[in-house]
Design a protein. Structure first.
Length: 146
């Protein structure tokens, strides 16, 4: 079962989460570059009708892609170990589960935002974000006893 946070708990984690998200975004870019290298080599082979492949170059490209994939998996894993959920690395979108009026919802934070100021239902997504108001503050809780 995923961990649930209070708003205060999630806010205290932002200084730790922010650099981890930035790292994951950088590693994702590294992976995408490695993937482009593998795809470029594949395209060259297809266009040349099965040209003789530089086996060393192909193995090096694939190994680079696999290293980058593992680094990306590890970076996302470090974020998830904290208990929050990575929703979109292109925008740095992270969610923290909480309970609001007895219903599971997300506290929603995006890289570059100075604070957690929104929440949304599990199925609503980013477009369903609502500002945190007094009702939310008074009626949400995490897993730890109040």
């Amino acid at each position: 079962m995923p961990r649930r946070f209070t708003l205060a708990e999630a806010r205290r984690l932002l200084p730790k989460v922010d650099p981890l998200v930035r790292e994951a975004i950088d590693v994702k870019a590294e992976y995408q570059e490695a993937e482009r290298g593998v795809q470029s080599l594949h395209t060259q082979v297809m266009l040349m009708g099965g040209m003789v492949v530089d086996r060393g170059r192909a193995l090096q490209a694939r190994a680079g892609r696999e290293r980058a994939a593992q680094k990306l998996k590890d970076a996302i894993g470090r974020i998830q170990e904290i208990g929050c959920e990575v929703k979109d690395l292109d925008t740095g979108l992270i969610d923290f589960r909480t309970l609001f009026h007895g219903r599971e919802v997300y506290l929603c934070w995006k890289l570059g935002e100075p604070d957690i100021a929104f929440w949304h239902g599990l199925e609503d997504g980013f477009r369903g974000r609502q500002p945190i108001d007094q009702d939310f503050l008074d009626n949400h809780h995490g897993d730890r006893p109040q």
